[in-house]
Ligand binder design. Structure first.
Ligand SMILES: O=P(O)(O)OC[C@H]1O[C@H](OP(=O)(O)OP(=O)(O)O)[C@H](O)[C@@H]1O
Ligand SMILES: O=c1cc[nH]c(=O)[nH]1
Ligand SMILES: [Mg+2]
Length: 212
C-alpha cells in the first residue's frame, strides 16, 4: 500500500487482479458490475481502517471477555449517480447501519463540467463520517461539486472512494478540499482529449448499466 499525502492507493494483488478484469473491454455488464462491487468492498476495508472501536464485555461460549465493537461517529455512504451507486450498494453490506445519500450529476460532454440534477442526503449528515463513492475521478469536477454539496449540508468528515483516478483529478480535489482523503485502487496516467482516463476502463456508468 502506497500513501502519498492524503491519497491511499490500495495495491493488494486481489484487488489489482479484479481491476485488470474490469479494464478489459471484453468484460460484459454482469461481470463488470460484480467486479465493481467486490473492489468497492475491498476499498472500504482500507478506507474504514481508522473507524473507532471500544471494548464491549460479553460471553463467548467459553469465557467472558472485553471485545471490540464499532463506536464513535455513525456513518453515511453517499453515491455520485449513476456509477457510484454500485459502490454504496456493495459497501452497505459491510456497514448495514449506515445511512445512504444520493447526488445526481453528469458530466457535460462538451465542457466536461458536472451538471447536478438530484440531491438527497441524510438530515444528520453533520454528525456522520461520510464516505463518498464514485468509480471515476477524472477532471475532478464531479467530486469537487459533490464535496461542495456535502459541506454545504454540514458534513465535516469526508473520504472519497474511487476505483480509478488521475493526477489531475486528485490535484483538483486536494486544491479545493485539502481535508478530504482519497482512497483509490489505481492512479492512471492521464486524461485523453475527451476527458476519459487513459488507460482507464471506459465509461463506468455505461459499463455498469449497459447503456452503450
Ligand atoms: O472527474 P470528472 O471529470 O467529473 O468525471 C467523472 C465523472 O464522470 C462519470 O460520470 P458521468 O458524467 O459519465 O455520469 P453517469 O454516471 O450518469 O454515467 C463518473 O462516474 C464521474 O461521476
Ligand atoms: O474515463 C472516464 C472518465 C470519466 N467518466 C468515466 O466514466 N470514465
Ligand atoms: Mg457516464
Amino acid at each position: 500500500m502506497l500513501r502519498v499525502m492524503k491519497v491511499t492507493v490500495v495495491q493488494h494483488p486481489l484487488l489489482q487482479h479484479k481491476l485488470t478484469l474490469m479494464r478489459d473491454r471484453e468484460t460484459g455488464v454482469k461481470e463488470f458490475r460484480e467486479l465493481a462491487s467486490e473492489i468497492s468492498m475491498l476499498l472500504a476495508y482500507e478506507a474504514m481502517r481508522d473507524l473507532e472501536t471500544e471494548p464491549v464485555r460479553l460471553h463467548t461460549p467459553i469465557a467472558e471477555a472485553d471485545l471490540p465493537m464499532l463506536s464513535g461517529k455513525k456513518l453515511a455512504l453517499v453515491a455520485i449517480l449513476r456509477a457510484g451507486l454500485v459502490m454504496t450498494d456493495a459497501v452497505v453490506r459491510l456497514v448495514p447501519a449506515a445511512k445512504i445519500g444520493h447526488l445526481g450529476m453528469y458530466r457535460d460532454p462538451e465542457t466536461l463540467e458536472p451538471v447536478a440534477y438530484y440531491s438527497k442526503l441524510p438530515h444528520d449528515i453533520a454528525e456522520r463520517r461520510v464516505f463518498l463513492t464514485d468509480p471515476m475521478l477524472a477532471t475532478g469536477g464531479s467530486a469537487v461539486a459533490a464535496i461542495d454539496t456535502l459541506k454545504a449540508a454540514g458534513a465535516q468528515s469526508i473520504k472519497l472512494m474511487t476505483i480509478l483516478a488521475v493526477p489531475e483529478g486528485i490535484r483538483r480535489v486536494q486544491d479545493a478540499h485539502p481535508d478530504v482523503e482519497i482512497v483509490t485502487a489505481a492512479v492512471d496516467e492521464r486524461l485523453n482529449d475527451h476527458g476519459y482516463i487513459v488507460p482507464g476502463l471506459g465509461d463506468a456508468g455505461d459499463r455498469i448499466y449497459g447503456t452503450k
